[in-house]
Design a protein around this ligand. Structure first.
Ligand code: ATP
Ligand code: MG
Length: 200
């Protein structure tokens, strides 16, 4: 099997690393960190898990072409490395927040995704949601469009538990409660899309 799930968004701070790390651990996939910030690699170190950190573009391409199930955590923006990971992904997951600027950024991310891999699968996660009418409206609108430009994977509310579990090198599933409940939907939807055999 050679299967790459890439977490990318043009925007920063939307939950790429939070989702990439939990998905990799719960899917039993190799975590690949191509963000110079090194957040995913740091998270992996906290739990004694190995993360791949490709040293250059050639190594990255070779890694993504090799057998295995992997989850790649990208930096924000349209840097070359991120665009390689987007292009070589079987499933691209774009997390987004619910603000006005976030919706503009999401449009930009989807445009980039369509240009680089016109027929590739794109999964969407609404992250850091609050229980506001606006957030609910955005969720309904995104759900309604699923299947045309992207596939809806689920949402994660803004919760202290999500932040704490990530900071401690644990997965969102290990957080338990509402965080785990919401993440499980995203995990199962991802599993369904990639048909991955997993360790849970
Ligand atoms: N659902 C959530 N609830 C609470 N905090 C969250 C949630 N998701 C992410 N965070 C927090 O928001 C911050 C940004 O998340 P994260 O680092 O995963 O985003 P990112 O897209 O990888 O950022 P960057 O673009 O800098 O790489 C982190 O401090 C993280 O703990
Ligand atoms: Mg990150």
């Amino acid at each position: 099997m050679n299967l790459t799930i890439t977490l990318w968004a043009d925007k920063g701070g939307v939950g790429k690393s939070t989702l990439a790390t939990s998905l990799a651990a719960e899917l039993g996939a190799t975590l690949v960190d191509i963000d110079p910030q090194g957040d995913a690699a740091r998270w992996a170190a906290l739990r004694g898990m190995k993360a791949e950190v490709p040293v250059n573009r050639k190594t990255l391409k070779a890694l993504l072409a090799s057998p295995g199930l992997r989850v790649v955590d990208c930096p924000p923006g349209q840097g070359l490395e991120a665009m390689i990971a987007v292009e070589m992904s079987d499933l691209l997951i774009i997390p987004t927040r619910t603000g006005e600027a976030d919706m503009v950024a999401l449009g930009r991310s989807l445009k980039v995704a369509r240009r680089i891999r016109p027929d590739g699968k794109v999964g969407l996660v609404l992250n850091l949601c609050r229980e506001t009418g606006r957030a609910k409206g955005i969720e309904a609108a995104l759900r309604a469009q699923t299947g045309t430009h992207y596939l809806w994977l689920g949402r994660l509310c803004a919760r202290v538990g999500a932040e704490e579990t990530y900071a401690a090198g644990r997965t969102l599933l290990q957080a338990g409660g509402a965080v785990a409940y919401e993440f499980r939907q995203i995990l199962e939807a991802t599993r369904g899309l990639v048909g991955a055999t997993t360790n849970h």
